[in-house]
Design a protein. Structure first.
Length: 339
């Protein structure tokens, strides 16, 4: 088993990460490349980033030892519907020297597997966008939200940024002095947090600053809301709790009220010591008091674990998962998010 190698990749919109593992849990190589979401960058660009990450990962590994691989992919649906795109991925896999089969799964499934080995449960991801997915027998079943910034993604980074700008505009319309959060947003958009003598001039400048950029870039304001909430700013704190309510509501659309299966939290806004992650854990604890709440881990390692599960010599995939992700990662249920 120590001679057998599996490869896992976690390909997102901003980065591609890969790892090569033995079936005893030894990490033989890792690789990184730029984002490879086919929806955002096109299949050919995504395949090029895949190849870059694979070559770095296999620099000191004989590709002939690799028996299976899994790619976790944001934009999986686009690739599945595009034969030319899948052919580009096939070429990249072959150009890396790999002759074994590989499977492609959505990034939500890989995120779920990075938090638990349980076959059934739920994954909630909040970053630029937001999506919840129910997992059955380690396959994606039902999905809620993930509809994009125009139609959904409630509670996401985009949502937080947009709501922060709306609050700023409401303050300016009412001729109120902007509060700490609004001043941070104003400074981020205009380079200074001063309001013009005619507040309407500042309103116009804010609207122009937002509308001349791609709308999704409002998500770049989310860290301002998060940091303001950490500082105790009341408006930011309210936005965080509203976002948490939206996210848990999305989960509730696909997760039974009496569920006791794991809930895995993923995405930059929910993992680590973040106020939104803490708020979601509290809300989830009220809604599903008997369910464990976990934090997502390394997606590339989880993809490699999913690849290993398909091999006949892996008779105890749960034990292998424990080797790869030692110790549980329960998510804290306190407002501060501490363990």
């Amino acid at each position: 088993m120590s001679d057998t190698v599996v490869v896992g990749l976690d390909i997102g919109g901003t980065s591609t990460r890969a790892t090569a593992l033995t079936l005893t849990g030894e990490r033989l190589g890792t690789g990184r490349a730029d984002g490879g979401n086919p929806t955002s960058h096109g299949a050919e660009r995504a395949a090029a980033e895949l190849l870059t990450a694979l070559r770095e990962t296999l620099r000191e590994v004989d590709p002939a030892r690799v028996r299976a691989g899994v790619i976790g992919l944001a934009g999986f649906g686009r690739l599945r519907a595009d034969p030319a795109g899948r052919a580009a991925f096939d070429r990249a896999w072959s150009d890396a020297g790999l002759r074994c089969p590989y499977a492609v799964h959505g990034d939500a499934l890989v995120g779920y597997a990075s938090g638990t080995a349980a076959p059934d449960g739920t994954i909630l991801i909040a970053g630029t966008g937001a999506i919840a997915a129910q997992v059955r027998d380690l396959r994606l079943d039902r999905v809620a939200d993930g509809h994009g910034w125009l139609l959904g993604d409630a509670g996401s980074g985009f949502w937080l940024g947009r709501e922060a700008v709306r609050r700023l505009l409401a303050d300016l319309d009412a001729d109120r002095i902007p509060g700490p959060l609004s001043r941070r947003v104003l400074g981020a958009l205009l380079g200074a947090d001063q309001v013009a003598e005619r507040p309407r001039d500042t309103v116009d400048a804010v609207v122009q600053a937002v509308t001349r950029r791609p709308p999704v870039q409002l998500a770049r304001l989310a860290p301002l809301v998060v940091s303001a909430a950490v500082d105790g700013e009341p408006v930011a704190a309210k936005l965080i709790h509203r976002a948490a309510a939206h996210l848990v509501t999305s989960v509730g659309r696909i997760r039974p009220d009496d569920a006791t299966t794991p809930l895995v939290l993923g995405g930059g806004l929910l993992t680590g010591d973040t106020p939104l992650g803490a708020a979601v854990r509290v809300e989830a604890g009220r809604r599903w008091p008997d369910a464990p709440v976990r934090s997502a881990g390394d997606g590339a390692v989880a993809a490699a674990w999913l690849a290993a599960r398909a091999l006949p010599e892996v008779t105890d995939p749960v034990a292998l998962h424990a080797l790869l992700f030692p110790g549980p990662r329960p998510a804290a249920a306190t407002p501060g998010g501490s363990s």
